[in-house]
Write a protein that binds this ligand. Structure first.
Ligand code: URA
Length: 263
């Protein structure tokens, strides 16, 4: 690991948790299996657990077909302007501005969070607050950087008041935007950060623990994009012991991407 990156991780209080075990010179604990769940080869040919149900099939998330169809034809600029002017749900009432997303529009990696918080609402960019700094450190730990082959988006583009979890209807209203972002980016891998993102993208509610460690899939037209699930950085800030599990998830994501790139 290069010194600056090490220093960044230490600054974030993330070392040694985020040190890659497969890096030369990193000692293995005696009780650690040589092939840890995080670093063992991942069978990327294995069937994905369950393709996402199309949004129109999800209970309580029926979207107006016309609006969704219009959004599905937009290019980046029109999409961005439409999101910034959006009035499709009540979240627009309290926002300073909508937060469409940030990064490389041809990224291999797409990270999806829940929704903007206060800082994101003020600055118009996702994950720029405390959770965002942790996300940047998580990216750095697997050799990634915001904006470089990485795109970051949210399930909803406007800040829910008091940072509450977005409601299903709000996520459904925003889903055509995310759907179009995914179609335009054509990422090789999607990483869902937390339950709201899982609910929005895969239409699955419930615990993250049953989905972590599995290769799921999102259907974009005739393509199936692999999807991995991990904890939201804001959750990790409150639940430090789970950072180790998130680290496993990131290692899995990195291995999966390497496999995809080797195809
Ligand atoms: N949490 C999120 O889910 N998204 C952001 O952009 C910021 C915090």
């Amino acid at each position: 690991m290069s010194l600056p990156r090490k220093a960044i991780l230490a600054e974030m209080g993330l070392s040694p948790v985020w040190v890659r075990r497969d890096e030369p010179g990193v000692a293995r604990r005696e009780d650690e299996p040589t092939s840890s769940p995080a670093t063992k080869d991942i069978d990327i040919a294995a069937p994905a657990v369950r393709p996402a149900a199309p949004p129109e099939e999800r209970a309580g998330t029926r979207e107006s077909g016309d609006r969704a169809a219009q959004i599905a034809r937009m290019g980046w600029e029109e999409l961005r302007r439409t999101i910034l002017d959006c009035r499709a749900c009540g979240l627009c009432a309290n926002r300073k501005q909508a937060v469409p997303g940030v990064g490389d529009e041809n990224a291999a990696w797409l990270f999806i969070g829940e929704g903007p918080g206060a800082e994101e609402d003020a600055r118009g960019e996702p994950f720029v607050g405390q959770a965002g700094r942790l996300l940047d450190a998580m990216l750095a730990a697997i050799g990634l950087k915001r904006g470089e082959d990485v795109y970051i988006a949210n399930a909803v583009k406007c800040r829910p008041p008091g940072n509450r979890t977005p409601e299903n209807a709000e996520m459904a209203a925003c889903f055509p935007y995310l759907q179009r972002q995914i179609a335009l980016i054509r990422p090789r891998l999607i990483v869902l950060l937390g339950r709201a993102a899982v609910n929005a993208v895969l239409g699955q509610e419930g615990s993250l623990s049953s989905l972590r460690g599995k290769t799921l899939a999102y259907r974009d037209g005739d393509r199936e994009i692999p999807v991995l699930v991990t904890y939201h950085p804001a959750y990790l800030l409150r639940n430090l012991p789970d950072k180790a599990k998130a680290w496993e998830d990131l290692c899995r994501a990195r291995a999966l991407m390497r496999g995809l790139n080797a195809r």
